[in-house]
Design a protein around this ligand. Structure first.
Ligand code: GDP
Length: 296
């Protein structure tokens, strides 16, 4: 992911080699390259503009210390600004609620919601020793309910049954009741996704949100969708008080620009990234680590 950005940035450093100091002209040239690299990686244009401007300002004001070459100085600024763009540090999942802590999963069909529900349940069970209940409120796709059931049995967490004949709210109410009576720490509610955003879907998830009052409302989005990923995140964020984003399929050949744009556009942190189809393929998102990786 973002390998192209890495090699482009390496070229920028190379081009600054041999320069004695940072001048407005060589910063200008370097920023032209960085701008192109970011756009190629599918980073949203408004984000690119802000980013380039910030880097330029800071690089210009930078006193290149004896030990730093102009290339190193620019890379240092790019690193800091990349981190800032993505939120500096990992935003952990907030489970500080009277149990069960409710996590609502939202997103379009195919984004990886159900898979991620399973992955998250496994992560919480294994790393935080949480007793997790999962339930699907996707009454439109019985296959989605079955998929979650299979995942739950594979990872050894409890699955709460639901039927396509029930309403999402009834399912949520029964699952919540069960979770309370059996002392679950966490209840993860998977929801229906559509191929595109429609009013009915938004109304349904808003009603579910109002009923459950979840401590975490996570938007699951496919990084391969590039700029569209950011646009859908923005639309959901306008309709629902999201608490975070999970960016899936970052293991694929996605250009990864969404990882750089989502935070700036929605104001919400990326909490986890999906890095594979397997149930182990979910990692907390660390902006500093990604910034370092991008810089090679
Ligand atoms: P949903 O419709 O949002 O519930 O999506 P699913 O959970 O059914 O996932 C859709 C497809 O994406 C499935 O084939 C998953 O295996 C795949 N998928 C989900 N997350 C990831 C990921 O992080 N990496 C990869 N490579 N595939 C993923």
């Amino acid at each position: 992911m973002l390998d192209n950005l890495t090699s482009r940035l390496a070229d920028v450093v190379k081009s600054l080699r041999g320069q004695a100091r940072l001048t407005e002209a060589n910063i200008q040239d370097a920023m032209r390259e960085v701008r192109m690299a970011l756009l190629e990686a599918d980073v949203a244009l408004p984000v690119v503009k802000v980013f380039i401007n910030d880097v330029k300002q800071r690089a210009l004001g930078q006193d290149v210390l004896g030990s730093l070459t102009p290339g190193q100085a620019v890379i240092g600024v790019v690193h800091d600004e990349l981190k800032k763009l993505m939120g500096e540090q990992n935003d952990a999942l907030n489970l500080a609620a009277v149990p069960p802590a409710i996590v609502l999963m939202a997103g379009l069909q195919g984004a990886g919601k159900t898979t991620t529900t399973g992955k998250l349940a496994k992560l919480l069970k294994e790393t935080q020793k949480k007793k997790v209940l999962v339930v699907s409120a996707d009454v439109y796709r019985p296959a989605a309910i079955e998929q979650l059931k299979m995942l739950a049995s594979q990872i050894g967490v409890e699955w709460f049954p639901s039927l396509p004949s029930q309403t999402p709210k009834d399912i949520a109410a029964s699952a919540l009741d069960h979770a309370k009576r059996h002392f679950f720490d966490v209840l993860i509610v998977d929801t229906a996704g559509r191929l595109a955003i429609d009013q009915e879907m938004m109304d349904e998830i808003k009603a579910l949100h109002a009923f459950l009052n979840p401590i975490e409302t996570l938007f699951v989005v496919d990084a391969m969708q590039g700029q569209d990923a950011v646009n859908t995140a923005q639309a959901f964020n306008a309709a629902l008080p999201l608490t975070g984003v999970i960016l899936t399929k970052l293991d694929g050949d996605s250009r990864g620009g969404a990882a750089l744009s989502v935070r700036h556009v929605t104001g919400k942190p990326i909490k986890f990234i999906g890095v594979g189809e397997k149930v182990t393929g979910l990692e907390p998102f660390h902006p500093d680590r990604l910034a370092s990786r991008i810089l090679g």
